[in-house]
Design a protein around this ligand. Structure first.
Ligand code: CMC
Length: 376
């Protein structure tokens, strides 16, 4: 029997050329480029091109890719009609999961999963999903949908469709950095989910839908909402000490801390910390940043020795709040970006597929007599 590894910890289950993580040294690279360099110099469009093509684009290649993305900003009308029929109190992640799934209903050939077809579908899903999230949020607010503006980049267009006004350059850049830093991250749970689904030679829509379901969990992408809830529970910066101590004493988890892979500070957390601080200053939200930092100081003292440090979700909460996003849109933002990583991994899986089919250790009884229902 192969060795049992609970949670598949330590098991190498796929090969990728997209992202490299050194959890001890706190390194994350996309196709060999440090995440900090991409955060400071790249755009989300360029980063997606890099992940999907394993090289930085020339200007002509980037222009062509951007043009393709913009041409696909509009979701099918049928999907927008579905948004209008959704309960206004539905949770955005459930709406998003259902609507990404529904995109397949408007595709003439949804099952095509040769690599060129998968790449085309990946582009269409990535391009149209911002409009879906924005439409759902406007629907629940009773506001008319805002059509995409194809003169705008991915991030500016999303914020425009959400708010009905063009974002400032600073907000656009901040949001773009969030998109870059969340785009891919090795074989995280949702990415693994996407690869598992496509390994049956299912379709891209099914893989993306399943991945969104995985991302929603509080141990994964849902943690950024949990961080904001925690920050809101703190009356003051000074309250952080007792709050964290009480949680640790009760063996509760502090959201936004710890990682299966990183045993040092997540490099994305460092990038987002700088961004969160700047945005908090600019938008009058320094109390949020200060509370976050106070929590980090206590955690550093109490649990850093166990390898528990801030992860990507910790400072993304303050960042998204300062950008003006509602709490329950934080995880959908993660999904908007991670669609790039999921689809890149699905393409890699299709290029060299082997059905995922681990095994179990059966630990139940054997030889049990079947008892008639009347005698149980
Ligand atoms: N707060 C307090 N203690 C923690 C935390 C935390 N956030 N995370 C881990 N620990 C402790 C845990 O209690 C355990 O202690 P002990 O050995 O005394 O029982 C030890 O650290 C190891 O925990 P684990 O659950 O075996 O570690 P894991 O590798 O399975 O957990 C994790 C990884 C992300 C699920 C976990 O750190 C966690 O629950 N964090 C909070 C949720 C969170 O922030 N998730 C976002 C992850 S990063 C972005 C993403 O993937 O989407």
């Amino acid at each position: 029997m192969p060795e049992f590894s609970k949670g598949l910890e330590g098991v190498v289950a796929a090969e990728t050329q997209m992202s490299f993580i050194d959890g001890q040294q706190g390194v994350l690279e996309y196709v060999g480029i440090a995440i900090g360099d991409l955060a400071s110099s790249s755009t989300f469009e360029e980063t997606v091109y890099l992940l999907w093509n394993k090289k930085l684009p020339t200007q002509a290649e980037l222009d062509a890719f951007t043009k393709d993305l913009r041409a696909n900003y509009d979701p099918p009308q049928g999907v927008l009609d579905m948004v209008k029929g959704m309960p206004k109190d539905a949770q955005p992640m459930h709406a998003l999961r259902s609507l990404v799934s529904a995109l397949s209903l408007f595709d003439d050939n949804p099952n095509a999963n040769d690599v060129p077809a998968a790449r085309e579908k990946a582009l269409k899903i990535l391009a149209a999903t911002p409009a879906i999230v924005a439409a759902f949020d406007r629907h629940r607010r009773g506001e008319a949908f805002v059509a995409p503006d194809k003169s705008l980049g991915f991030s500016a267009n999303f914020l425009y469709m959400l708010n009905g006004e063009k974002p400032t350059d600073a907000m656009t850049r901040a949001f773009d950095i969030c998109m870059i830093t969340h785009a891919d991250h090795g074989l995280n749970n949702s990415t693994f989910t996407a690869r598992v689904v496509i390994s049956t030679l299912s379709d891209l829509y099914s893989a993306m839908t399943a991945a969104i379901g995985s991302l929603r969990g509080p141990l994964h992408g849902g943690a950024n909402e949990g961080v904001m809830v925690m920050l809101n529970e703190l009356d003051s910066v000074e309250a952080a000490e007792k709050y964290v101590q009480d949680k640790l004493a009760n063996k509760d988890r502090i959201m936004g801390f710890g990682h299966r892979v990183y045993k040092s500070k997540d490099p994305r957390a460092s990038e987002l910390q700088t961004l969160a601080k700047q945005l908090a200053e600019d938008t009058g939200n320094m109390d949020l940043y200060d509370k976050s930092h106070a929590i980090e100081v206590v955690m550093e003292r109490e649990v850093a020795k166990k390898g528990i440090y801030p992860n990507v979700d910790f400072y993304s909460a303050t960042t998204y709040h300062c950008i003006g996003l509602k709490l329950d849109l934080f995880t959908p933002m993660f999904a908007l970006s991670r669609l790039a990583g999921w689809s890149g991994h699905v393409i890699e899986q299709l290029e060299d597929n082997r059905l995922f089919r681990p095994t179990t250790n059966y630990v139940g009884p054997h030889g049990v007599a079947y008892t008639d229902i009347a005698n149980r």
